[in-house]
Write a protein that binds this ligand. Structure first.
Ligand SMILES: NC(=O)c1ccc[n+]([C@@H]2O[C@H](COP(=O)([O-])OP(=O)(O)OC[C@H]3O[C@@H](n4cnc5c(N)ncnc54)[C@H](O)[C@@H]3O)[C@@H](O)[C@H]2O)c1
Length: 312
């Protein structure tokens, strides 16, 4: 029976991963400091240790005997990384190096693979859409810089210490259990909440800004495919659909699923908002055989059902 360590496992993406691994009969250990995650997100069979993923002793103990580590712990907030630069650096880069170091110490002759979360934020505001992994990274925030740093240390982890790894540049992940405050796809939970309450939907700016929304179940497929087929390398892939959705269309689909026709209002555009974001998924598909295929209507239906369930 395989044993996996998931850092950040009590969070949005991590808890979906834990659920899937437990369902297939694997052992799941989780390290989470519960700064944004919740124990009740986790399946009962997952073994939760509350603690800091940048604590080497703790990560080393949890890595002992594990077949691999999914490193998802991070302070996933651009705003926090601006306001609290050093503290977010500890979570977003020091913790990543800690995980690689713990993997190296766990089995110096053949370190276990690490699959970790990077972000589309490494690209900055690059206009060469759709963005492929070959585009020059140019992060505009401390969060993006730490994610790019994580990728660089992953490379060193392979070249110097032979820790195999796969990094994933997630685009806008959405699905059940996501935090309405999430800078990525919190907009979906906010729209859903307002539609359910019969309130108008307010869009920042003209609503024609686009995002590449990827369903959390598809993200889990990528994470597991990378772990099941580890490569002797330090690879980095986009996790995206290759389809652009405008925020206005998102509002319309949410309203359509809820069977409501809310008033849509427009507020001022958010300062610093990237106008268009779109990824090219071809490299992940070619290497791992996975496709983020969930249609937005289907993913949103599952998400809205969860919002309605937690409100009820
Ligand atoms: N959601 C997205 O669209 C998206 C996009 C790009 C990248 N990512 C990355 O994916 C990963 C998972 O994101 P998420 O959306 O599930 O966010 P999340 O906030 O729900 O999950 C992160 C988890 O990490 C935990 N955590 C934070 N700092 C920690 C620390 N120092 N030690 C231990 N645990 C810690 C939190 O409590 C939380 O449970 C993160 O690395 C994030 O940066 C997410």
């Amino acid at each position: 029976m395989a044993t996996w360590l998931i850092t950040g496992g009590a969070g949005f993406i991590g808890s979906h991963l834990a659920e899937r691994l437990v369902a297939r009969g694997d052992n799941v250990r989780v390290i989470d400091d519960l700064s944004s995650g919740k124990p009740e997100n986790l399946p009962a069979a997952a073994e939760l240790t509350i603690g800091d993923a940048a604590d080497l002793d703790l990560v080393e103990r949890s890595m002992a005997g594990a077949d691999g580590c999914f490193h998802l712990a991070a302070i996933a907030s651009v705003q926090r990384s601006t306001e609290d630069w050093l503290a977010t650096h500890r979570a977003n880069l020091t913790a990543t190096i800690t995980v690689f170091e713990a993997a190296r110490r766990a089995r110096p002759d053949r370190p276990p693979p690490v699959v970790y979360a990077s972000s589309a934020a490494v690209y900055g505001d690059n206009p060469a859409l759709p963005l492929a992994e070959t585009a020059t990274p140019s992060p505009l925030t401390a969060y993006g810089a730490d994610k790019l740093g994580s990728e660089q240390h992953a490379r060193v982890g392979w070249l110097v210490h032979r820790v195999p790894s796969t990094g994933f540049r997630f685009f806008n992940v959405y699905g059940p259990r996501q935090d309405p405050k999430s800078p990525y796809s919190g907009v979906i939970a906010i729209f859903a909440g307002r539609v359910a309450a019969g309130q108008p939907i307010s869009i920042n700016g003209d609503g024609l800004q686009t995002r590449d929304f990827v369903y959390v179940g598809d993200v889990v497929d990528h994470l597991i495919a990378a772990m099941d087929r580890p490569a002797p390398d330090a690879r980095v892939f986009n996790v995206c659909t290759g389809r652009a959705t405008t925020i206005r269309r998102l509002a319309e689909v949410v309203a359509g699923i809820a069977g409501a026709s809310p008033t849509i209002t427009h507020g001022p555009a958010r300062a610093g908002d990237i106008r268009e974001s779109l990824g090219n998924p071809a490299a992940a598909t070619a290497a791992l055989g996975v496709v983020a295929a969930t249609p937005i209507e289907e993913g949103l239906t599952a998400t809205l059902r969860a919002v309605a369930g937690s409100a009820g």
